[in-house]
Design a protein around this ligand. Sequence first.
Ligand code: RB5
Length: 158
Amino acid sequence: MTQMPTKVAIASDHAGIQERQAVVAHLEAGGHEVTDFGCAPGESVDYPDYADKVGRAVAGGEVERGILICGTGIGISMAANKIHGIRAGLVHDDFTTEMSRRHNDANVLCMGARVGHTIEALCRFADIFLATPFDEGRHTGRVAKIMALENDSSTVAS
Ligand code: RB5
């Protein structure tokens, strides 16, 4: 039985403050230990700075998983995926959230605050992300090829 992660880092830019605060409260109520990297209300910030904070906490092993929120989820996922060791998945619904874990072993969940999801949906995506294991098997080699791209793209062709 896979142990559900308990240590989670989260951040958002100014577009996702309300959503981030709701997800933090939801996860803490569920017993998770959440490190909240901001941003603070009232600030207008650059989302790569927040992807950096969460991505490095995950890559450095300080937390088991990360959660990032910006307006669309696009910019913050692009930024997070530049950090070595990070597999950030931008999700749209329950299915893509589950598959980001089962097939891609995503270690960072990225969500959009301005794309029509309810707060309840964002909290549910976070729950699914933290509860779903990696399927391993045929997916293990594929994920290894993703990670090999970080170092030398010439090593991944089969
Ligand atoms: C901020 O206005 C917005 O550009 C940002 O939250 C995000 O949507 C970028 O991808």
